[in-house]
Design a binder for this molecule. Structure first.
Ligand SMILES: [Zn+2]
Ligand SMILES: [Zn+2]
Length: 273
């Protein structure tokens, strides 16, 4: 069993994925994956464009996944997951696993701002909510992350998504003590016995980043806390199911990890990196 056997952070056109669930499952099977998980975006009622998410009633979503589970029985396990957003209005209970992700932050002015939709969104958040202070935006973001980390999800999603458009330190300084403190405090809100931290290559697959989430200093801290990790691709296309796993494994090893977790229908297992 290796880390390449498992890919459980994936989307389909039931939310903002680019291909039907059947094509995503076929892509996973063709890539040699043995444990494939579907994790579409949970319903999130915000007064801004949240992109395509699942309806609040997830009956059809569950049925579609069970159909794929049946189709691949004996060949590949199909797990029923959910990427649950921090502003979602549905329960993440009743799934094989759930990924808690902050795609927005609710600022002190009561408004929600997108964390990863681009420079314009960052600037609007900075000016409207935080008096023009870029580091305050990141502190607000990590408070949102801390809030969902404390809910003990199966997996904490793309922990430092706020860095997505920050190549070259364009928006803020990732080495600033305030930034680092905010990130580490959010990490300590997670229970390393209950929650896996993902190394997510999705930003690389879509050309926004040259390295996976999260940053090395975050992974090192998680290792010190005794935390476990899982490699994910956040695939929105069938040919990206294992995208960048070599880079993710390299990053994990650099942080001192020798093993990563994989999810199966029988629960979590460990695989060599
Ligand atoms: Zn996400
Ligand atoms: Zn995702």
């Amino acid at each position: 069993m290796t880390v390449f056997d498992c890919s459980i952070h994936t989307h389909a056109d039931l939310c903002d994925g680019k291909e039907p669930l059947s094509a995503m499952a076929a892509g996973a099977y063709a890539a040699g994956v043995q444990y494939y998980g579907v994790s579409c975006h949970s319903h999130t009622p915000l007064p801004l464009d949240v992109g395509a998410v699942l309806p609040a009633d997830m009956t059809a979503y569950r049925a579609a996944i069970l159909k794929e589970r049946e189709r691949y029985e004996g060949c590949m396990e199909v797990l029923m997951g959910l990427e649950w957003d921090s502003q979602s209005d549905v329960s993440p209970e009743g799934f094989d696993y759930w990924i808690a992700s902050a795609h927005y932050q609710k600022a002190d002015n009561g408004k929600c701002y997108c964390a990863d939709w681009g420079e314009d969104h960052f600037h609007r958040c900075r000016e409207e909510a935080w008096g023009g202070e870029a580091l305050a935006v990141t502190e607000g973001y990590f408070r949102e992350v801390a809030r969902i980390a404390a809910l003990k999800p199966t997996i904490l999603g793309h922990f430092d998504l706020i860095t997505k458009h920050n190549g070259g330190g364009l928006l803020f300084d990732e080495s600033h003590p305030r930034y680092r403190k905010a990130a580490i405090e959010a990490l300590h809100a997670a229970d390393p016995r209950e929650t896996l931290l993902e190394i997510n290559t999705g930003g690389m697959a879509r050309g926004y980043r040259t390295a996976p989430y999260p940053a090395l200093f975050i992974l090192k801290e998680w290792k010190t806390m005794g935390g476990r990790i899982i490699l994910t691709s956040d695939a929105h296309n069938a040919d990206k199911i294992l995208y960048g796993y070599q880079d993710a494994a390299k990053l994990a090893r650099a942080a001192g990890f020798t093993k990563a977790s994989i999810l199966t229908l029988e629960g979590e297992k460990e695989a060599d990196l």
